[in-house]
Ligand binder design. Structure first.
Ligand code: ADP
Length: 474
C-alpha cells in the first residue's frame, strides 16, 4: 500500500467533537472556578462574621461582669449592645434554617456586624450547602453557641433584675461570675470548632479546585494537541494528493505531447505514400503494375483507417466513464472476429472458442477494446509459415475471478520486446499497426481494475490472459 493510500485510509476522529470537548471543558472550568471562588469568598465571610460574633460575646461578657460588680447602667447598656451581635447572627441562622424571609436573615447578619457586600454570598452558601458535611457541622457548632448566648442573656436579665431590686448579694455575684466564665469558656470552644470546620472545608475545596483545574486543563491541552495533529495530517494528505495530481498532470502532458507528435506523423505517412503511389501510377501503362500500386494504396488507407480507429479507442478509453452493465463475452468475441475478418490471412486461421463464462457484469466498452485488440494482434502476427494457424479464445472462472485467454501460434514475441509491448507507440512492424493497441488494452484493463499478463515464445506463439473482476464499484 502506498504512503498516500495509508494516510488516506487513516480514519480521522471528528474534529468537531474535539472542538466541542474544548468548549465544554472551558465552560465547566469557568463555572467550577466561579462557584469555587464564590464558596471560598462566603467561607471567608463566615470566618470574619465568627470573629465579630466572638468579639461581641466576649465584650458582652466583660460588660456584664463589670455591671455585676459596679452596677453601672452604662455597662448594662454596653452589654446589651454587644450581645446584639451574636444574637443577630442567631436570628439569621434560625430564619435560614426554617427557609424563612431572607430580609430578616439579612437584617440579622447586619446586626452581627457582617459586611453588607458579603451578605449575598453568606446567604447563598447557607441555603445551598447547609447539608454539606463541613457547613452542617459548623452550623451545628453555631447553634450550640447560640444556645449559650441565650443562657448569657437569661443570666444578664437575672442580674439586672436583682440589681434593679437591690437584692444582689456577694454570693450571687460569685455565682453569676462563675456562670458567665463557664459560658464564655464553652463558647470559645464552639467558636474555635466553627472556625476550624470552615477552615477544613475551605482547604478541601481548594484541593478539589486544583485537581479539577488540572484535569480540565489537561483535557483542553490534549484535545488541542489532537486537533492540531489531525489538521497537520490532513494538510499532509492534501499536499501529497496535490503532488500526485501534479505528477500525473506532468505525465499526461508529456504523453499528450508525444501523442500529438506521433499522431500527426503517423497520420501523414500513409498520405505521403499514397501521393507518391498516385504519381507513379499516373505514369504507369502496365495494367498489372497499376493493380499492384492500387493494392499498395489500399494497404496505406487500411493502415490509416486502423490508426484512426486506434485513436478513437484511445480517446473513448480515456474519457468515457466506467459503466457497469451485463455483458456477453460470447457476443463480444463473435462480433470482434467478424469485424477482423478483413485482415490479411484472417480467413486462413482456425478460430476455436471455449467460453465457460459468458454473461458477466462489467464495462462493455473496455471489454470490446480489449478483445478487439488482442484478437487483431493474434491475426496480424500469425505465422503464415506454419501449416496450420490457429487462435483459441477461452473464458473461465478461476480463483474467484473471470479470465479471458487469447492464444495463438503466431510469430511470438522476442524476449527483448516483452517488457515494451505495452508502451505507447511501441511496435515492431509499423506496416502492421500504430503501436497503440496494447497500450490502450493495458489502460482499459486498469480502468476495470483488472490485470493482464503475457506468455510468449519467439516463433512458437503467444498467450494473453486478462483478469476481469466480478463486479467493479465505480
Ligand atoms: P501494433 O499496433 O504495432 O500491433 P500493439 O501495441 O498492439 O501495436 O503491439 C505492440 C507489439 O507487440 C507489436 O508490434 C508486436 O510486435 C507485439 N505483439 C502484440 N501482440 C502480438 C501477438 N499476438 N503475437 C506476436 N507479437 C505480438
Amino acid at each position: 500500500m502506498s504512503k498516500l493510500q495509508a494516510l488516506k485510509n487513516f480514519r480521522f476522529p471528528n474534529v468537531f467533537i474535539l472542538i466541542l470537548v474544548v468548549f465544554i471543558s472551558c465552560a465547566l472550568l469557568i463555572c467550577i472556578n466561579f462557584f469555587t471562588i464564590k464558596i471560598l469568598s462566603a467561607n471567608r465571610a463566615y470566618v470574619n462574621g465568627e470573629s465579630h460574633y466572638s468579639k461581641g460575646q466576649k465584650d458582652a461578657s466583660r460588660h456584664l461582669i463589670t455591671y455585676l460588680f459596679t452596677k453601672n447602667p452604662a455597662q448594662w447598656k454596653l452589654y446589651l449592645e454587644e450581645l446584639k451581635v451574636p444574637q443577630g447572627d442567631g436570628i439569621a441562622r434560625v430564619t435560614l434554617l426554617k427557609a424563612g424571609d431572607n430580609k430578616i436573615a439579612r437584617k440579622g447578619f447586619l446586626t452581627g456586624r457582617n459586611n453588607e457586600n458579603d451578605l449575598d454570598d453568606i446567604i447563598w452558601l447557607f441555603e445551598n450547602f447547609k447539608n454539606v458535611s463541613f457547613l452542617s457541622k459548623a452550623i451545628n457548632e453555631w447553634g450550640q453557641g447560640d444556645q449559650l448566648i441565650f443562657e448569657l442573656f437569661v443570666i444578664g436579665q437575672q442580674i439586672n433584675a436583682k440589681i434593679k431590686h437591690n437584692i444582689l448579694t456577694t454570693e450571687d455575684q460569685k455565682k453569676y461570675l462563675k456562670k458567665i466564665s463557664s459560658i464564655s469558656d464553652r463558647l470559645t470552644i464552639n467558636e474555635r470548632n466553627f472556625s476550624n470546620t470552615l477552615g477544613e472545608g475551605t482547604r478541601k475545596i481548594k484541593d478539589l479546585l486544583i485537581i479539577t483545574n488540572i484535569f480540565f486543563i489537561l483535557v483542553i491541552v490534549c484535545s488541542v494537541c489532537l486537533y492540531y495533529s489531525i489538521m497537520v495530517k490532513r494538510l499532509l494528505v492534501s499536499k501529497k494528493e496535490t503532488e500526485v495530481k501534479n505528477e500525473n498532470l506532468v505525465i499526461v502532458n508529456r504523453e499528450l505531447d508525444r501523442f500529438v507528435y506521433s499522431a500527426s506523423h503517423d497520420l501523414r505517412s500513409p498520405i505521403t505514400s499514397l501521393k507518391g503511389l498516385i504519381e507513379i501510377t499516373a505514369l504507369e501503362d502496365d495494367v498489372q503494375q497499376v493493380r499492384n500500386y492500387l493494392q499498395m494504396m489500399h494497404q496505406s488507407l487500411a493502415r490509416q483507417d486502423q490508426f484512426i480507429s486506434d485513436i478513437i479507442d484511445y480517446s473513448k478509453n480515456k474519457r468515457k466513464q466506467i459503466i457497469m452493465e451485463p455483458v456477453s463475452l460470447k457476443e463480444l468475441c463473435n462480433e470482434a472476429i467478424l469485424q477482423l475478418m478483413h485482415i490479411e490471412n484472417a480467413n486462413k486461421i482456425k478460430f476455436t472458442q471455449e467460453l465457460l463464462v459468458d454473461n458477466i457484469e462489467s464495462d462493455g466498452l473496455r471489454l470490446k477494446i480489449i478483445i478487439n485488440n488482442l484478437l487483431s494482434n493474434a491475426i496480424k502476427y500469425a505465422d503464415c509459415n506454419k501449416p496450420e494457424m490457429f487462435i483459441t479464445i477461452k473464458t473461465y472462472f478461476s480463483e474467484g475471478l473471470n479470465k479471458l485467454e487469447v492464444t495463438d501460434n503466431g510469430i511470438g514475441i522476442h524476449d527483448d520486446y516483452k517488457s515494451k509491448i505495452f508502451d505507447m507507440y511501441f511496435g515492431t512492424n509499423k506496416n502492421k499497426g500504430s503501436g497503440l493497441g496494447l497500450y490502450i488494452v493495458k489502460e482499459a484493463v486498469e480502468n476495470i481494475k483488472g490485470d493482464i499478463s503475457v506468455f510468449s515464445e519467439n516463433n512458437v506463439g503467444s498467450k494473453f490472459i486478462v483478469t476481469i473482476p466480478n463486479s467493479y464499484a465505480v
